[in-house]
Ligand binder design. Structure first.
Ligand code: SAH
Length: 306
């Protein structure tokens, strides 16, 4: 039996250059992941319209189209968090700007996006100009566990598949709390563990996903709920959207299988970095996390009382 505990880093050493792990090392690996895989994501998963680095939300209106499902995810978070067009949103872990640009374009929000990758911030700013919303969005390089923003400077903190990168999720929630004005809301969307003990096979799938996505560990839904409560948030709601995510899980698995020979040949030719190969392997392994009920996928919303 293998046990995955909170607050620790369970990735293999294969992507690290050696030495003890610290948060700076973890962040460096995440930056390398997103920088190396920028083109892979745009080629195999998203497009220049949705710019999404997340699973889609498949409801009736998405009619089983990947692009629409990726955009629907933004609307799902927007609605569940009750975001208003006048809200200033912090997109904490903004990727290449997909959600920030979508909020500015479709709802007129002012959005500040932060990422630990300066290249991502550059890509995001360029995409915002292309989408004609550069005046409403601002992308910066910052750690969402320790930013330089003034306290109470945001109405909403939005974390779509990003808070999983924090070694201690409580550090992220503490900073979110500081940044929110009284009455502000947080929305967090991520995968959550359904169990903490795994057999050898399951452990291999879990660690392959952590390695490939530069994620140190995951929380369970109850643990995350507890961390929100400890931090002082109220009106906590957890929406289980595993069913609406399932088609994306399948889609990723199919794409990975389809690209197997391309991956194998280009890896053999030395054209794939370790981070790209690790990211490819997640496409296969993530399928098992869901088919074997090791993880679920949820949207949390909560409020900082005024
Ligand atoms: N929310 C985006 C991106 C998800 S990928 C989308 O849905 O498309 C995760 C993002 O979190 C990346 O941009 C990564 O750089 C960022 N991230 C990871 N650790 C971070 C940290 N400590 N501080 C800020 N951003 C972080």
């Amino acid at each position: 039996m293998h046990v995955l505990e909170p607050g620790k880093d369970y990735r293999d050493l294969c992507l690290r250059s050696g030495g003890d792990l610290d948060p700076a090392r973890l962040q460096a690996d995440a930056v390398r992941h997103y920088d190396d895989c920028y083109n892979d994501y745009l080629f195999a998963w998203s497009n220049r319209d949705n710019l999404a680095l997340h699973y889609g939300y498949w409801d009736d209106t998405s009619a089983y189209k990947q692009h629409q499902a990726l955009l629907n995810k933004n609307q799902a978070l927007y609605d569940k968090a009750g975001i208003q067009p006048t809200d200033h949103v912090l997109d904490a872990g903004c990727g290449i700007g997909g959600s920030s640009i979508w909020m500015a374009k479709h709802h007129g929000n002012r959005v500040t996006g932060i990422t630990i990758s300066s290249r991502q911030a550059g890509h995001a700013a360029r995409h915002a100009r292309r989408h004609g919303v550069a005046a409403n969005v601002d992308f910066q390089v910052a750690d969402f566990c320790a930013t330089a923003f003034d306290a109470a400077s945001f109405d909403v903190v939005w974390a779509l598949e990003s808070s999983c990168h924090a070694l201690n999720k409580a550090d992220f929630l503490k900073e979110a709390w500081r940044l929110l004005r009284p009455g502000g809301r947080i929305v967090v969307c991520d995968g959550f563990l359904l169990k903490r003990e795994f057999d050898d096979d399951q452990w291999q799938a879990v660690v392959t996903c952590l390695n490939g996505w530069a994620v140190p560990n995951l929380c369970s839904r109850d643990e995350f709920n507890g961390l929100l409560t400890q931090q002082g948030f109220d009106a906590i709601v957890c929406h289980d959207i595993t069913a609406q995510t399932w088609s994306s899980v399948q889609h990723m698995y199919k794409v990975a299988r389809r690209l197997k020979s391309v991956q194998t040949i280009s890896q053999w030719l030395g054209l794939r970095s370790p981070a790209q190969t690790a990211n490819y392997l997640v496409g296969l392994a993530q399928y098992r996390l869901f088919t074997e009920n090791l993880t679920e996928y949820c949207i949390f919303t909560a409020r900082k009382s005024g």
